[in-house]
Design a protein around this ligand. Structure first.
Ligand SMILES: Cc1ncc(COP(=O)(O)O)c(C=O)c1O
Length: 399
């Protein structure tokens, strides 16, 4: 008996998306070639682009196909910076939420280190939610020096949904373009990407049931972007590289289905998540749910993030894994070494408590049996994790 509760890392591929990928791969042809097979591949890409655009509520000309969310984030953040600073060299400030995924965060710190950007971090509250009034004040102060603002739509660790439309409206008052990482939000929130108004928006296929290596950056009409990849000038010169027709076809199918299923799946998965939360807290009343209150509607329906005092998150992860339950600590792991979570840090969670963090993330294939399995193995997992935690603290004291 096993349970997969790591859908935020990647979610199982849909048969339909795989079939679309296979059909396009077998059809062959380079979409840039002028002969029949090339033209057919081009038609498949443009059909896929239209479906992606329709699912996101944007125009087809606004969809730039990428090889995933990380690439889309890089193109959005670095692309906006390049174009904006070229047009107005005085704009050297990057306003950024401190709870961004590393795909954005590391672009921002790279811009600071390599390009001389001045980073201004947006204030967040104890739930990891960007403070709108604080953002407005920073824009008043720095808006006329800002090249861009970057704010994710929903957080990958704690599931908190950001007041993105409000942040975008404020930034636009100061003519500051906004990049939004929508990788975790798309398919789970009712609003369309197009309704949010951000200038660039990153989407990742493998979080929706397409294969890894598929994604898109929405670039709103009239938004200037400096390319990151140079070469054959594909995707209107913004993203060179042979367009991946199978990935585009699979992304279109997965995205269309995810968006169509959202009204049914979001409440179903939220109810599973809430049952899991209630069971965890009943088993361990010292556990703390981090991030927005699930009942507030300010949290992804897929996300439950819990800190267990006296435990190490990675011990919990390995003990759960041994019991057939796949979960995550939620924060980055570099070369196998767990890093303290910058998200929990920004939320003001005490470092010792942050070490006991575990993220359960659900998706369209999640069932009651998954929740049952977690709750069944939880008492033994906690007991062993606490014993290991006590031993390592004892060793530190003895040492
Ligand atoms: C919020 C967020 N942004 C970006 C990414 C990166 O996407 P990809 O894995 O498609 O490169 C992830 C993946 O975990 C994510 O959760």
């Amino acid at each position: 008996m096993s349970a997969y509760l790591d859908h935020a890392a990647t979610t199982p591929v849909r048969d339909t998306a795989l079939a679309a990928w296979r059909d396009a791969a077998l059809a062959g042809g380079n979409p840039s070639s002028l002969h029949g097979p090339g033209r057919r591949a081009r038609r498949a890409v443009e059909d896929a682009r239209e479906q992606v655009a329709a699912a996101l509520g944007v125009g087809a000309a606004e969809v730039v196909l990428t090889a995933g969310g990380t690439e889309a984030d890089n193109l959005g953040v670095k692309g906006l910076w390049g174009a904006r600073t070229a047009a107005d060299p005085r704009r050297r400030v990057v306003l950024a939420s401190p709870v961004e995924h590393h795909a954005v965060l590391d672009c921002v710190t790279w811009l600071a280190d390599a390009r001389g950007a001045e980073v201004v971090w947006l204030p967040v509250d104890a739930d990891g939610r960007v403070d709108v009034a604080g953002t407005a004040a920073l824009l008043e102060r720095d808006g006329d020096r800002a090249a861009l603002l970057t704010c994710m739509w929903a957080n990958n660790e704690v599931g908190t949904i950001q007041p993105l439309a409000e942040v975008v409206a404020l930034a636009h008052e100061h003519e500051v373009p906004v990049h939004a990482d929508a990788v975790q939000a798309v398919g789970w929130l009712p609003e369309a990407v197009g309704a949010i108004g951000a200038d660039t928006v990153a989407v990742s296929g493998h979080k929706l049931g397409a294969p890894t290596g598929s994604g898109a950056l929405v670039v709103r009409r009239g938004t200037a972007l400096e390319p990151v990849l140079h070469g054959g000038g594909q995707e209107r010169g913004v993203r060179s590289g042979t367009v991946d027709a199978p990935a585009a076809a699979a992304l279109a199918v997965a995205l269309r289905e995810a968006v169509a299923e959202q009204p049914d799946q979001a409440p179903r998965v939220a109810a599973l998540r809430d049952r899991l939360a209630a069971g965890l807290l009943a088993t361990d009343p010292t556990a703390v749910v981090q991030g927005a209150d699930p009942a507030s509607g300010g949290r992804l329906p897929t996300n439950l993030h819990v800190t267990f005092p006296g435990c190490e998150g990675d011990s919990l992860l390995y003990l759960f894994d041994a019991a057939g339950v796949a979960v995550s600590t939620g924060s980055a792991c570099r070369a196998g070494v767990p890093e303290p979570s910058h998200v929990l840090h920004a939320m003001g969670v005490a470092p010792l408590l942050a070490r006991g963090a575990l993220r359960f993330s659900l998706g369209r294939t999640s069932t009651d049996a998954d929740v049952d399995r977690v709750l069944e193995v939880l008492p033994a997992v906690l007991e062993r994790a606490r014993a290991a935690g006590a031993r390592s603290r004892g060793a530190v004291l003895a040492g």
